[in-house]
Design a protein around this ligand. Structure first.
Ligand code: CA
Length: 229
């Protein structure tokens, strides 16, 4: 459940906002004093702040600046004066949205929802995990193009990396040297398939405990190679 902090000194407005937001399933706290509001904002985890501009203790400009220095959480600023909204925009304090009083509670709820889902998408993008293949002691980070063998990072050339990754992504499938050459070197194989053999040998030296008994890349005699899982 998303948690919202309202910093607003007009209690009637604050409780109206709270009621509507709670009806929409949000958890809501209210602070009526600016400096207490800032403390609350930074000591508890919130998903969004609704911040009035004119407040006792500390004004909304300062609170917005302070919150923004510490957090990326969306801030919705509320003001009775259109002029103030223009001023806030001009100051570039990092608020995400502005609403002029009076506003309808449903408009507020709609904006809150829009900002929360936008922020969720942003967070989701930032946390997007690297594409990693893990097979026994072998870990291949495709995004970062890095390889670890039994926990130790090991260097691979571009083609070695491409070949290893291709085989590991297509396990239990036998590929001929011609197929691998076309796949990795991206051109028609004209008898230069020895390149594949050389690369397989180098990869094995890096990933296999005993290259004479490969655990990962098997040789299928007369056919090609197969990545074993
Ligand atoms: Ca006020």
């Amino acid at each position: 459940m998303s948690r919202i902090l309202i910093i607003e000194d007009e209690e009637a407005i604050a409780s109206l906002e709270k009621d509507y937001l709670e009806l929409s399933g949000f958890e809501v706290d209210i602070e009526t004093d600016g400096s207490k509001g800032l403390t609350q904002a930074l000591t508890r985890d919130y998903d969004l702040y609704i911040l009035d501009l004119m407040l006792p203790g500390m004004d909304g400009f300062e609170i917005c600046r302070e919150i923004r220095e510490a957090r990326d959480t969306p801030i919705l600023m509320v003001s009775a004066k259109k002029d103030d909204i223009d001023k806030i925009r001009g100051l570039g304090l990092g608020a995400d949205d502005y609403i002029t009083k009076p506003f309808s509670p449903s408009e507020l709820v709609a904006r809150v929802k829009a900002h929360l889902s936008r922020y969720d998408r942003l967070i989701g993008t930032n946390l997007h995990k690297n594409d990693v293949i893990k097979i026994r002691g072998l870990k291949i980070d495709k995004t970062a193009r890095r390889v670890w063998v039994n926990g130790e990072e090991t260097q691979f050339t571009t083609k070695e990396f491409d070949l290893l990754t291709f085989l590991a992504e297509n396990p239990n499938h036998v590929y001929s040297k011609d197929e691998l050459f076309r796949e990795i070197w991206n051109m028609e194989s004209i008898g230069d398939i020895a390149t594949v053999t050389v690369h397989i040998k180098k990869i094995r030296e890096k990933i296999e405990f005993d290259t004479s008994k490969p655990q990962y890349i098997e040789t299928i005699w007369g056919v090609g190679y197969r990545f074993k899982v």
